[in-house]
Write a protein that binds this ligand. Structure first.
Ligand SMILES: [Zn+2]
Length: 327
């Protein structure tokens, strides 16, 4: 993909393109921002631009180098991703061996370390050694959700490229351009993606986002009535939808967010679930702002616990019982 074709991130693209045009590319970059924001997409487009050599500040997208970089099949482009949960020491040792060799075909070599924050301590220390004495003609591109999960000594050796959420209209356009849904679904998916093109794409491709959304509004109704038996049954049902549970919680959060925003601003344009505006207006005033804030916290807590290996059913039950009556 061309840098120019990556959606969003105008500032980051400008920094990268200026560096290429002015021959001021540094040896390590860290792309950081929320999951799905486009870190790897941008890093990969930058890698192609560095290796292609046909353009001043972008790749051509057509030559054999560009095509092979896109297919992970170019010897001077090395992608390192977590093996299991971590980037392990063996993977970085291999990289350490590799950097001693000159580029094969392009004038330089590019290493892309995906989810660099997943490096084990040993792996991180080994990478640090490499970055302290950077080999010539070698560029390291790291991605991380949270830059502060990396060793400060690694951070200080990378040029930071912060990426923030992409305007929803651009995500909607991207979905339509890629035939990922009709105009109505594309608009809704873009809104639900919360400015994260990768998430929008996943939701559009899997249809999970829309399934999760249906379930959320079903859940909201049950929470309104707040019958304990019903809620326990819901927890049991949700436990079975484990694969889309993160989506469900995300959308439940959006529901509470919308209601808080409405209570505070009364601005329709700020509401994500715009097709539910009547419902949002109707329940505004019934539940206090404090209760809504508390509910958001309850969901965030459940979200955090999901990431650890705690009893799933228990988390869901506690969450639903605490949310009862606030939906
Ligand atoms: Zn090219």
């Amino acid at each position: 993909m061309l840098l120019a074709d990556v959606i969003g991130h105008p500032q980051a693209k400008r920094v990268l393109q200026n560096a290429m045009a002015e021959d001021k590319v540094v040896h390590a970059y860290l792309f950081h921002g929320p999951a799905g924001v486009g870190k790897t997409t941008l890093a990969r487009a930058f890698a192609a631009a560095l290796l292609c050599g046909q353009g001043v500040n972008d790749s051509c997208g057509k030559c054999s180098v560009c095509k092979r970089v896109a297919q992970d099949n170019f010897p001077d482009f090395i992608l390192v991703s977590p093996s299991g949960n971590n980037i392990k020491i063996d993977q970085v040792r291999e990289l350490q061996k590799g950097v001693q060799y000159k580029p094969y075909e392009a004038g330089k070599k590019v290493y892309l370390l995906n989810q660099a924050e997943s490096m084990t301590t040993e792996a991180a220390n080994c990478l640090l050694k490499i970055l302290e004495d950077p080999p010539p003609d070698t560029i390291f591109l790291l991605t991380a959700v949270n830059q502060y999960n990396l060793l400060p000594t690694i951070l200080s050796r990378c040029l930071s490229i912060p990426l923030s959420r992409v305007p929803l209209a651009q995500i909607e356009q991207m979905l339509l351009k890629n035939n990922l849904g009709d105009p109505t679904t594309a608009a809704l998916t873009a809104a639900l993606s919360d400015g994260l093109p990768g998430i929008a794409r996943l939701m559009a491709e899997s249809g999970d986002g829309l399934v999760a959304r249906e379930l959320v509004f079903d859940l909201v109704e049950r929470l309104t009535t707040g019958k304990i038996n019903e809620l326990l049954k819901t927890a049991e049902e949700l436990e079975k939808r484990k694969e889309i549970l993160p989506d469900i919680l995300e959308q439940l959060l959006l529901w509470y967010r919308d209601r808080l925003i409405w209570l505070q601003t009364m601005q329709e344009s700020l509401i994500v679930n715009r097709d539910r505006l009547n419902q949002i207006k109707e329940c505004s005033g019934i539940v206090s702002k404090e209760d809504l804030v508390r509910s958001v916290k309850v969901i965030l807590e459940a979200k955090n616990q999901l990431n650890r290996n705690v009893n799933l059913r228990l988390i869901l039950e506690v969450m639903l019982l605490r949310l009862a009556g606030t939906a």
